[in-house]
Design a protein around this ligand. Structure first.
Ligand code: MG
Length: 262
């Protein structure tokens, strides 16, 4: 009888142990450092180009004149600074988000970090562009400024480093040209198709239809949460980062989008 009980216990353990191990992994206490990687280091490239005027089908989100397309992420009026055709983060006032939501888009914008260097690593010219309020393409002063490579400028934050470091010196305007494919969820809120990001930084490709792993997370692994067509969000990370010439094209508005071909 004892032997039989012993066999039963072993069988029970064989069935249940893998699940126990998985539970322990899910309940793991993550530290921010666990998702920060320092190599391989993207090679530095010098890039002069990348500037672009909005084409005729673009929706202008910021032409330097006002914040009419934007609101504070908490729903209040925008409290950022507006001066000489550019907007600048008002530290402590919070993120701002477009009043309109978008699906799959081409998003173009220009940004610059402060000429006066203050801080280092993640504390130097930090902001960010969040697609649908949750997937961050990092904005940072990455000119001779070391940090984890999946948190440098051009990174899909805490997920992917950019292919190269195309950073210009602080105080110089830089460009992002982003092609964003929104994720799709089914009626049961299950992910059907992930988000993809293609990004040009100062005209240089740094992501080639990269599969986004889920919502941007500072701590722990990324995971998807069901959502609709939320707005584009710009981050207040406490640094005086400026933006100008922001426009978007709605790719999924074209009748050709998703067409299988001829
Ligand atoms: Mg950021």
């Amino acid at each position: 009888m004892k032997k039989f009980t012993g066999i039963l216990i072993i069988l029970w353990a064989m069935v249940h142990m893998p699940a126990c191990a998985q539970d322990m992994d899910n309940e793991r206490e993550w530290e921010p450092e666990d998702t920060e990687f320092y190599e391989p280091v993207p090679p530095v490239v010098e890039a002069e180009g990348g500037f672009m005027d909005p084409p005729s089908d673009a929706i202008i989100l910021f032409d330097g004149s006002d914040f009419s397309a934007w609101q504070s992420a908490n729903g209040d009026e925008v409290d950022w600074m507006l001066d000489e055709g550019e907007m600048t983060v008002m530290p402590g006032s919070g993120n701002i988000v477009t009043r309109d939501g978008f699906g799959s888009i081409q998003l173009y914008l220009e940004w610059k970090t402060p000429t006066e260097i203050d801080g280092d690593g993640q504390g130097r010219g930090n902001s960010g562009v969040f697609l649908q309020r949750r997937y961050e393409v990092q904005v940072l002063d990455s000119y001779e400024n070391e940090t984890y490579v999946n948190g440098m400028a051009g990174s899909i934050y805490k997920q992917y480093a950019p292919l190269v470091n195309a950073a210009r010196p602080p105080g110089e305007w830089q460009t992002y040209n982003i092609i964003y494919e929104a994720p799709e969820f089914d009626d049961n809120d299950e992910l059907v198709s992930p988000a993809y990001l293609t990004v040009f930084w100062n005209g240089v490709m740094i992501h080639n239809r990269t599969e986004v792993k889920g919502d941007t997370e500072y701590i722990g692994p990324a995971d998807y949460s069901v959502h609709g067509n939320d707005g584009i969000m710009l981050q207040d990370h406490g640094d005086l980062v400026s933006f100008r010439n922001i426009w978007v094209r709605e790719l999924d508005e074209s009748p050709v989008w998703g067409h299988e071909g001829f």
